[in-house]
Ligand binder design. Sequence first.
Ligand SMILES: O=C(O)C(=O)C[C@H](O)[C@H](O)COP(=O)(O)O
Length: 208
Amino acid sequence: MGLLESVLHAAPVMPVVVIEDAKHAVALARALVAGGLPAIEVTLRTRAALDAVRAIAAEVEGAIVGVGTVRKPQDLADAMQAGARFAISPGSTPSLIAAAKDSPLPWLPGAATATEAMTLAEHGFEYQKFFPAEAAGGAAALRSLHGPLPDIRFCATGGIGTHNARDYLDTPNVACVGGSWLTPSRLVATEEWGAIEALARAATLLRA
Ligand SMILES: O=C(O)C(=O)C[C@H](O)[C@H](O)COP(=O)(O)O
């Protein structure tokens, strides 16, 4: 099993987290790991993100930390340097594809259409992020893509929560789903790690 494959199969759900303050990173990741979700995507949407990745990589046993919102080649280099084990993008660009091919860091590029998925597969990326999942047709779109593109596997994110995650997870080309619902900003701000651990534990039960 490749590294990316094992990351995507580590749990049915990958938490997508936005960390505003790096001081929260370790406790947040410990709560997710304790709840049964070891693979964590820290989005590069905040200034604290790379410090958060560094802290999680160094201090949280059992965590497999990656970066999300990767938009340019430099983001891949920064992610590697911070100790990320994988990188995820909401889409893909020619320069990112070229950089990812040259980088040892496993990369999950984003696709939302058959053309995008086929282009990425031509470049050797058989694991992709289906984003924005709900807006791009949801689990029904993934079932349609499975017919002609059965070799491509997806982590679906965007608009997924406990109400619809099972529908995605029952789709044969879905390796996992991702989402921000496990780490609501209010619970992070108030440091309610027990509540986040409970959300993570509930998410592990989504795949029966
Ligand atoms: O930042 C990135 O790298 C993204 O590609 C987008 C995230 O995966 C989604 O924004 C999560 O979606 P929600 O669970 O609906 O909040």
